[in-house]
Write a protein that binds this ligand. Structure first.
Ligand SMILES: NC(=O)c1ccc[n+]([C@@H]2O[C@H](COP(=O)([O-])OP(=O)(O)OC[C@H]3O[C@@H](n4cnc5c(N)ncnc54)[C@H](OP(=O)(O)O)[C@@H]3O)[C@@H](O)[C@H]2O)c1
Length: 290
């Protein structure tokens, strides 16, 4: 099986490449990968996928997902997250490749009170969320053999390139090392998700899942304040953790107050292998300590 990972140098792409290392693997990215590819160049996408690599499976993790930057430059956000996603899907259709495409919990809006399933109607609040949702629709129109995988709050060993290398866990540990108290919001609930766990879930999806839309996050949920508490407790970090609300951090970007996803489509097929968020966090913190 030939596998092409796009966004291979990114936070998630790095782990996906490890999980598919036993396959004939090609790594593409804007920079820092074996194959240079700008996904907004339709001709280059078509040539690389349908003529050069001709993979059986494409996993597209490339995105414009710095949320404030997307707000400032909607054209770029839609070029990468929507139009390019369509072009990758069309190239996959042209050479018979299965496509796995990564999407986001930010397709949902405010006011949720129970975990969203794949059949709940999206209502994005931001350019980022809207552009990723547009990408989902365009992929579904461009090819048949796709799995669109929405995930949430990624963290892992490889730096998140769109966010200056930071993830939430690293940010908390950095703040705790440099100041006596750290303020974290209690009014945003989600499910932080470890990239290693998601990469293994993507392999299961690639090999065993029917085509369609999937939610794939760690199981359970927490507020960001609860997540920070768990980071500090497990690492024995001595810092005062202060309760804040999103109003304490004014931002031009609207974010969902509740974006918990249920991995229902995976569960229905007996394919949900995602760990609970606490177990995944501990596994990650163990790697940082080791
Ligand atoms: N991080 C999160 O918390 C989170 C949450 C939910 C969903 N997601 C989704 O998960 C996926 C992976 O995120 P991540 O955290 O791994 O992101 P990341 O570390 O920023 O990696 C994204 C990769 O995509 C590449 N890329 C950007 N524009 C490109 C272009 N025009 N052509 C080719 N490659 C391009 C980037 O290259 P450069 O660095 O060289 O620009 C980077 O290597 C994305 O689809 C994102 O929307 C992320």
């Amino acid at each position: 099986m030939r596998v092409l990972v796009i966004g291979a140098a990114g936070q998630l792409g790095t782990e996906v490449c490890k999980v598919f290392a036993d396959r004939e693997l090609s790594r593409a990215d804007l920079t820092d990968a074996d194959l240079a590819l700008d996904v907004t160049d339709r001709g280059a996408v078509q040539r690389l996928i349908a003529e050069h690599v001709r993979p059986n499976l494409v996993i597209n993790t490339a995105a414009a997902h710095n949320v404030p930057k997307c707000e400032q430059d909607p054209a770029h956000a839609f070029a990468v997250n929507a139009t390019a996603a369509r072009d990758v899907a069309a190239a996959c259709a042209a050479c018979g490749a299965r496509l796995i495409h990564i999407s986001t919990d930010y397709v949902f809006g405010c006011g949720g009170t129970r975990p969203y399933t794949e059949t709940d109607p999206p209502a994005p609040l931001s350019v980022y969320g809207a552009s990723k949702l547009a990408g989902e629709h365009l992929i579904a129109a461009a090819c048949d053999d796709y799995a669109i995988v929405r995930t949430s709050g990624l963290y892992g060993a490889a730096p998140c390139r769109a966010k200056d290398g930071m993830n939430f866990v690293r940010l908390m540990l950095h703040l705790a090392a440099t100041r006596p108290e750290v303020s974290v919001v209690t009014d945003e609930t989600a499910t932080p998700t470890y990239t290693v766990a998601l990469a293994h879930q993507l392999r299961v999806i690639a090999e065993r899942a029917e085509p369609g839309l999937y939610h794939a996050t760690c199981n359970g949920s927490c507020t960001w304040h609860e997540f920070a508490r768990a980071v500090f407790d497990y690492t024995g970090t001595d810092v005062t953790l202060v309760e804040a609300t999103s109003a304490d951090f004014p931002s031009p970007v609207r974010r969902p107050d509740y974006s918990v996803l249920q991995n229902k489509h995976l569960q229905d097929q007996g394919l949900d292998i995602m760990p609970d968020w606490q177990d995944a966090l501990h596994a990650y913190l163990d790697t940082l300590a080791g």
